[in-house]
Design a protein around this ligand. Structure first.
Ligand code: ADP
Length: 256
């Protein structure tokens, strides 16, 4: 399958890629990158060959999540392989401090290159961790990459839900099927007493998915283990027996 509209000369690095799935969110900080990283690891554990592009130019966190901050591909765009996933990040190539002052078309150009020029080899799925929001960069990328579908991430909070609807609408406007919604930071389970607290409200993501007529893929709790594992460069999904690992695996299973 040709991965991009108007792909240029040279070998098509997306020729062996079966599905391209964007992971988007209406706003930043809802856990889109954390979900992308863990979904990639869970899909790999289910036997898929998985690639992950970190296209979040405003805050490339995939290098940290995969413990690969120092990685610099030399010459050709060879992805890093970590935890069973082929990873390429804008953070491997450019200094994010410089990139944030680029104009939209430059950002889109750099991200297109990242998707198209990386030597992915055969993959069952390539996930793209998009920048947060629904601006011109997200829109151009969604139009120019032949996306199989999109996953949208939200928290149960009203503020996030208003914005996730914009993300769903954006994908629908460019005829990219929304594969489903993930509710992140659902319930907080106190590690000391086990009390469950719905810090950002309860069930908002599921209700929103229903209202928008898109599948609800599942919810991920707000836990310290997720944050710790992320900061240690080892997504929690690498521990499939953990409650969090099971939650990500259940969502991955919805996609295969
Ligand atoms: P985004 O990509 O939407 O900006 P991130 O994935 O970078 O968000 O997550 C923002 C912060 O929240 C990070 O510090 C991350 O470790 C933390 N985080 C994300 N999801 C969870 C969760 N379910 N439980 C605990 N911490 C989380």
């Amino acid at each position: 399958a040709s991965g991009t509209a108007g792909a240029g000369e040279g070998p098509d690095n997306l020729a062996g890629v079966k599905r391209i799935i964007a992971v988007g969110s209406g706003k930043g900080g809802v856990g889109k990158s954390t979900v992308s990283a863990n979904l990639a690891v869970s899909l790999a554990a289910l036997g898929w060959r998985v690639g992950l592009v970190d296209a979040d130019i405003f805050g490339p966190s995939i290098p940290l999540l995969f413990g690969a901050e120092g990685y610099r591909p030399k010459g050709a765009f060879i992805p890093l392989e970590a935890h069973g996933v082929k990873v390429m990040s804008i953070g491997f190539l450019v200094d994010p401090a410089k990139a944030v002052v680029w104009r939209g078309p430059m950002v889109t150009g750099a991200l297109m290159q990242l998707v198209r020029d990386t030597q992915w080899g055969p993959l069952d799925a390539l996930l793209i961790d998009l920048p947060p929001g629904t601006g011109d960069i997200q829109l151009s990328l969604s139009q120019r990459v032949a996306l199989t579908g999109a996953v949208v991430v939200t928290t149960p909070q009203d503020l996030a839900l208003i914005d996730v609807r914009k993300a769903t609408n954006m994908f629908e406007a460019v005829k990219v099927p929304v594969l489903g919604m993930v509710e992140n930071m659902a319930t907080f389970v106190c590690p000391n007493c086990g009390t469950e607290t719905d810090i950002f409200g309860h069930g908002g993501g599921e209700r929103e998915a229903e209202a928008e007529g898109v599948p609800f893929l599942g919810r991920i709790p707000l836990t310290r283990a997720i944050r710790d594992a992320s900061d240690n460069g080892r997504p929690i999904a690498t521990d499939p027996a953990s409650p969090e690992g099971k939650a990500y695996a259940a969502i991955a299973a919805e996609l295969v």
